[in-house]
Design a protein around this ligand. Structure first.
Ligand code: FE
Length: 192
């Protein structure tokens, strides 16, 4: 069984067990928390910090996310075909899996509960501006919002805009400040 097939089976099994009341959302979250201590968004944050500090790396990352991130040798999988999308002054990117919960584990860990919620999965496509506002993220009218639909084949990660006030910080310090949600695209990083 390929890693992808295994992941699809695991996702299907989790949905079934949860629906039948054999597994609670809290049980799943406990596993997610443990997983996050080893494989989690701290890895994605290192990638973002490197991209902000190193223009050549950023170019490689945007051209081929999987290849550029292979330089870090992260464990965790699910990034065989990773596309990194860059937030700019003109465009805000946000990631979803409308079908289930595909997510780039090696860089972001396991998906949060809300990412798997049918409401998020359907609404972020229909009314992204409104859903982002519920996350406390107001995107100016003039800025375009792009929603990226992940699948078992292609997964996405957002490269957030670096706050002005963070210019000049060392890569390790930047990595400590990059949040998971900013790499899914439901929040932006505050300029403080
Ligand atoms: Fe999925």
């Amino acid at each position: 069984m390929s890693e992808t097939t295994a992941a699809i089976r695991a996702e299907a099994l989790e949905s079934l067990l949860t629906e039948r009341g054999l597994l609670s959302a809290e049980d799943v979250d406990a596993v997610i928390t443990r997983y996050n201590e080893r494989v989690g968004p701290m890895n994605g944050a290192r990638v973002v910090a490197r991209a902000w500090r190193d223009g050549d790396f950023k170019a490689r990352l945007l051209a081929d996310g999987s290849a550029a991130i292979a330089e870090f040798a992260f464990e965790g999988g699910q990034i065989d075909k990773l596309v990194v999308v860059e937030n700019t002054q003109q465009v805000h990117n946000v990631v979803v899996c409308t079908l289930c919960s595909c997510y780039p584990w090696a860089v972001l860990g396991l998906p949060p509960k809300w990412y798997k919620d049918p409401a998020y999965r359907s609404r972020i496509v229909r009314e992204p501006r409104k859903v982002l506002k519920e996350f406390g993220t107001e995107i100016p009218r003039e800025k375009k919002i792009r929603v990226w639909d992940s699948s078992a084949e292609v997964r996405y990660m957002v490269l957030p805009v670096q706050p002005q006030a963070w210019q000049g910080l060392a890569e390790a310090e930047l990595a400590r400040r990059v949040s998971r949600d900013s790499m899914i695209g439901v929040t932006v990083l505050d300029d403080v």
